[in-house]
Design a protein around this ligand. Structure first.
Ligand SMILES: Cc1cc2nc3c(=O)[nH]c(=O)nc-3n(C[C@H](O)[C@H](O)[C@H](O)COP(=O)(O)O)c2cc1C
Length: 241
């Protein structure tokens, strides 16, 4: 029989599995997807990963809507492009000759908006609406919001699982500008919020590393404003002299 100590050690080794960290640091927003169908077997695995997320009181408020039909995808694409243009069109035009991460991102967003219907799957991560416990009864007016704190861990699990099985995806939220019409179009009842839309498919490009500010540059020790000097801003450990 294994000792508790050994079991603990194994758990630590599993937690240090480089595979996980490789996946974590290469799960980028993949906006260029091949039109090849996504096998339902893979999609189920990915959605199963979503359901492993934590939620307040283990309420598991998520439900998934998988859209693959061309007509529906076309309708969504047209509306997505319309609202993207209304909201960000002028900004895109003003930056059209600029280089740099933000103008490039904007161009990629619009490129995807123009071809969204070509993604084999548009996955909608939906949520039962529920007032957060800290909202007093008398303040519960109108339609309850979705519990975002539970839905986004579910979304992140889905993104990581997509990456793990070789599928590309990203979070999009632009559909929220036409959520009422979208819900009607897809038959989603009012008590359900359509929180995120994830286009999913096999990527045309490679999963490169994500670019993020290192945690060391964002960490305060004990009190706000007191930096973690055991690491430099790149996250590299500093040996005390
Ligand atoms: C809450 C949220 C909303 C987002 N909405 C959109 C969106 O509507 N359209 C889009 O193209 N990308 C959207 N994104 C993707 C971000 O642009 C992307 O995660 C970010 O630029 C980092 O990209 P990277 O992982 O490739 O570095 C969203 C991401 C999050 C987390």
């Amino acid at each position: 029989m294994r000792s508790t100590e050994n079991t603990k050690l194994e758990a630590i080794e599993v937690a240090d599995d480089p595979g996980f960290f490789e996946i974590l640091s290469t799960t980028r927003a993949m906006r260029r997807l091949r039109p090849d169908p996504v096998p339902m077997r893979l999609l189920r695995r990915v959605l199963e990963a979503g359901t492993k997320a934590p939620s307040g009181l283990n309420s598991q408020p998520w439900e998934f809507l998988v859209v693959r039909e061309s007509e529906s995808k076309r309708w969504i694409q047209e509306n997505y492009l319309r609202v993207a243009t209304e909201r960000f069109g002028a900004l895109r035009d003003s930056l059209s000759n600029e280089d740099g991460p933000f103008p490039r991102l904007l161009r990629n967003v619009f490129r995807q908006a123009a071809s969204l219907h070509e993604a084999p799957v548009l996955l909608f991560v939906c949520s039962h609406r529920d007032w957060p416990f800290w909202v007093a009864d008398e303040d519960r007016v109108g339609v309850a919001p979705p519990p975002y704190g539970a839905i986004f861990p579910c979304v992140q699990n889905i993104l990581l699982a997509c990456r793990a099985v070789g599928l590309g995806s990203l979070v999009t939220t632009m559909h929220r500008m036409f959520e009422t019409e979208l819900a009607e179009h897809l038959g989603v009842p009012q008590e359900i919020a359509v929180v995120a839309m994830l286009p999913i498919g096999f990527p045309t490009g490679r999963f490169g590393p994500v670019r993020r500010t290192p945690a060391a540059a964002l960490t305060h020790l004990e009190r706000w404003g007191s930096p973690d000097v055991s690491c430099d801003v790149r996250g590299v450990e500093v040996t005390p002299s």
